[in-house]
Design a protein around this ligand. Structure first.
Ligand code: FAD
Length: 386
């Protein structure tokens, strides 16, 4: 309890590891508290745009499992199309990682004090500091605190930094599926998406170095969204055995509009801040971005300005993204025909995910995409079944 840290980071996921890195770079003395032993498994597709890697001054080569330059889309297992993705600075625009390796890689680069296997129970502000109590009776204090403890954040609840209205809470499931060399070759450098089988979401197959991450998620998992059934059906549809299967499930806090993200000494980042993309469910990019913004806010002591910055940098785009999601998932078949298969929209989506555009730009360009509906999509010449 004696040490007064400059900043305590609660949760060592990608947002927490990034926050630790950016805070350390500002010269802060940082402590990270993580409830699991590290490295820890996290249910996640692990698909990352190159833009995320660019935010760090070190290499990710050791943790990249695959580079993705091609996608294959389906609608309920039919109408397949294949698309080559535009390069990002001369490289394939997405990479695949396993989150246990990615998160510990960033944390290692941060080079800060880490207490793993330590569950934070309670956080309170006391004058010029924040006091953190842990389940095993530990007490820590810091001048500032970053809540990066994920979708069910204890920090948010403890400090009462909660959204004024109920946010959209989706859920996603994933299984790590063994595949033989022939199958791995078929999925080499390619991500597969199948739309229209779950409400407000989709099924995916993402290749890793030696296996496939297969999942299904719904951005607004309402009643009647039977995700585990959809996952099994999806596996069978693409030629895999649906049993035995170890399924991992995790909430998906889709962006639901501007909300309070700070107190006088604490900030929320990543899933704890509810910044998951409402169309595709991507959260790694926004976890890293909000962490960078949080470190900047702490460095200048302007925590009140953090909410505004998150809204400017992330929120405005995601708010527009909510509109796209509402239309896209309301008429999935039509959206698939006109949107997913649209040869002009796809390259812009890649640019958007790589920070070169945002959802508002996509809306300005909507008339252009109408032309894209006229261009025939490239059909898949071989159906990627096992
Ligand atoms: C199945 C699935 C697939 C996904 N696929 C993708 C994808 O392909 N690409 C993408 O960009 N996004 C994807 N996402 C979203 C992405 O996984 C999240 O947005 C991202 O993990 C958020 O990172 P985070 O660090 O905020 O939270 P987390 O990764 O959840 O990390 C939170 C950390 O806090 C720790 N913690 C929690 N409570 C406490 C406590 N009380 N005390 C101490 N530590 C605590 C947890 O153990 C955890 O390590 C997916 C999500 C799911 C569920």
């Amino acid at each position: 309890m004696n040490t007064l840290y400059d900043a305590i980071v609660v949760g060592a996921g990608i947002a927490g590891a990034s926050a630790a890195f950016f805070l350390k770079r500002q010269g802060f003395r940082v402590l990270v508290l993580e409830r699991k032993e590290l490295p820890r498994y996290k249910a996640c597709g692990g698909a990352i745009p190159r833009a995320v890697l660019r935010r760090f001054p070190f290499s990710f080569q050791d943790v990249i499992e695959q580079e993705i330059g091609e996608v294959v889309y389906h609608f309920r297992g039919r109408m397949p199309i294949r698309a080559s993705l535009p390069l990002e600075e001369g490289k394939k625009p997405f990479v695949m990682v396993m989150r246990d390796r990615l998160d510990t890689h960033v944390l290692r680069q941060a080079d800060v004090t880490v207490e793993a296997g330590t569950t934070v129970d309670h956080v309170e502000e006391a004058g010029d500091r924040v006091v953190v109590s842990t389940r095993d009776g530990g007490r820590y204090q810091g001048r500032y605190l970053v809540g990066s403890d994920g979708a069910t954040s204890v920090v948010a609840r403890s400090l009462g930094i909660l959204p004024s209205k109920k946010p959209d809470m989706g859920v996603a499931l994933e299984a790590e599926v063994e595949a033989n060399a022939k199958v791995m070759k078929r999925y080499q450098g390619m991500a597969l998406f199948d739309f229209g089988t779950v409400q407000d979401g989709y099924f995916w197959i993402f290749p890793k170095a030696r296996h496939l991450s297969v999942g299904v998620g719904s951005l607004r998992a309402g009643k009647g969204v039977a995700l585990s059934e959809a996952l099994r059906n999806g596996l069978e549809r693409f030629g895999f055995a649906a049993e035995p299967l170890q399924i991992h499930s995790h909430p998906l806090p889709s962006y639901s509009g501007p909300r309070a993200l700070h107190t006088s000494r604490a900030l929320l980042v990543g899933d704890a801040a509810g910044v998951v993309g409402p169309v595709l469910g991507e959260g790694i990019r926004y976890g890293v971005k909000t962490s960078e913004l949080a470190a900047e806010a702490i460095a200048v002591g302007d925590l009140a300005g953090y909410d505004r910055r998150v809204h400017e940098v992330v929120g405005r785009s995601l708010q527009e993204g909510r509109r796209w999601a509402a239309v896209f998932y309301r008429w999935p078949r039509l959206s698939y025909r006109l949107g997913v298969r649209n040869q002009l929209l796809l390259p812009d989506m890649v640019r958007l995910l790589n920070d070169r555009m945002d959802y508002r730009d996509l809306s300005y360009r909507a008339p252009k995409y109408a032309l894209g509906c006229l261009l025939p999509p490239r059909a898949v010449d071989r159906f990627p079944k096992v």
